[in-house]
Write a protein that binds this ligand. Structure first.
Ligand SMILES: [Zn+2]
Length: 168
């Protein structure tokens, strides 16, 4: 934080559940609201999810439960996911993927841009919820949204997202 305050470009990692909780964590570490609001520029959160094995996965339509989950998450964040013609995969398991049904991993991301409005909220000691509500009106999209987009692209599955983010 001290290096950042003097104008240095600092990249650092911190373990929190999402990009917004970074603010709470910094506060708990004793950084003042003023210092966070004037120093923090961007916060990125990432989670690794497993990719479906291209060797043994079987393409299928989304089932009702999955569609309901996707719609529910979309409604929560005011996003209408286009499920038209979208397919998902049943993972089976083979020699290539060590019988797990998944092969390799990919990151899902969310980015909190600390805009003037967010800076003001941090300076006013706003809660994570208030900051999240304001961020959602800007460019912030939660991890789960990037996750669902990667499910709709057939890269990973709803089950895997649930394993990583507990969405059910
Ligand atoms: Zn496989």
């Amino acid at each position: 934080m001290q290096a950042g305050q003097t104008g240095h470009y600092v990249l650092s990692t911190i373990h929190t559940i999402d990009s917004i909780e970074v603010i709470t964590r910094l506060k708990k570490m004793g950084v003042s609201n003023y210092d966070i609001s004037s120093t923090l520029a961007t916060s990125v959160s990432q989670r690794l999810v497993r990719k479906v094995c291209p060797n043994c996965s079987v393409e299928r339509d989304f089932n009702e439960k999955e569609i309901e989950i996707i719609r529910k998450i979309g409604n929560k964040y005011g996003i209408e996911f286009d499920l038209n013609g979208k397919k998902t995969y049943t993972t089976k398991g083979c020699k290539e993927c060590n019988n797990t049904g998944y092969y390799g991993r990919i990151g899902i991301f969310e980015i909190l841009m600390v805009t003037d409005e967010i800076k003001e909220l941090i300076a006013k000691d706003a809660s994570s919820l208030e900051i999240k509500a304001a961020a959602l009106k800007q460019t912030y999209r939660p991890l789960i949204i990037d996750g669902i987009e990667k499910v709709l692209k057939g890269i990973t599955t709803i089950d895997e997202l649930d394993r990583k983010l507990a969405i059910f």
